[in-house]
Design a protein around this ligand. Sequence first.
Ligand SMILES: Nc1ncnc2c1ncn2[C@@H]1O[C@H](COP(=O)(O)OP(=O)(O)OP(=O)(O)O)[C@@H](O)[C@H]1O
Length: 267
Amino acid sequence: MVIKIRDLSFTYPNNHRGLIDVSLDIESGKKTAILGVNGSGKSTLLYHLNGITLPQTGSVEVLNMDVKEKNLRKIRREVGFLFDYPDHQLFSTTVYRDIKFGLDNYKYPEKQKDECIRKAARALRIEELLEYPPYQLSLGQKKKVAIAGLIVLEPSIILCDEPFSGLDGYTLIYFKELLNDWVKEGKTIVFSTHDVDLTYEWADNVIILRDGKVLKSGTASEVLTKEETYLEAGLVKPMLYDLFQDSEYKPQNIREAKEHLSKKFAY
Ligand SMILES: Nc1ncnc2c1ncn2[C@@H]1O[C@H](COP(=O)(O)OP(=O)(O)OP(=O)(O)O)[C@@H](O)[C@H]1O
């Protein structure tokens, strides 16, 4: 297990309990969704995984390191964080400088930096934006720049807070493919979302939160195929699950469903 969380609780200064007795394991080399309605504690949990928030009670272990002040530099070298709003992580005068920031921070040899920046920009198809000021970019472009700034350090774990919100159809497909490629390379993706359809189609493992507590966790096929789970979590059923609920055939994605229905209704 690449992340181990034990008895983690977190109370905000106004006494709101953001997390209550959370214990979890997150598998390496998989896409794990943290799923739940608004305010269920998804971001609060994600912030604990690279020490943006430190545990008040209980423990978080990432890559065999305790998430504690003394390990944060090493942990953040391996664990990248993609915020829901890219403006939270873009602050340099040009895209190039923004991507370079992590390399400067981790004291990469000066000679290697330019090559690393251009490689990350190529992967995100933003080479033509390198001299732009980030504030002039669209949301999708900003997300790409934020991701380039992450992958330039080649982290082994990538945490994404609502990574797909606000993206148009093709950009969304592109992001999903990019994240799939990383997982094929052995990286671990942990993402928060309230999108049940996306989670049903795309996640390997799922953690469902409600009111700061873990309601269910396991593989997507274990967790997302029980009617009562949706009721307890306050979530609407995924469209594919709902559509094929009474059928023996359970497609995992729209493409499979389309093929199945085309055969069934062919004449
Ligand atoms: N700084 C804060 N001070 C007090 N309460 C907070 C603070 N940040 C979050 N909370 C509360 O903690 C709970 C969990 O918040 P969190 O942002 O983790 O939820 P979430 O599941 O990510 O929600 P969303 O899907 O709306 O982003 C919410 O009830 C929220 O109001």
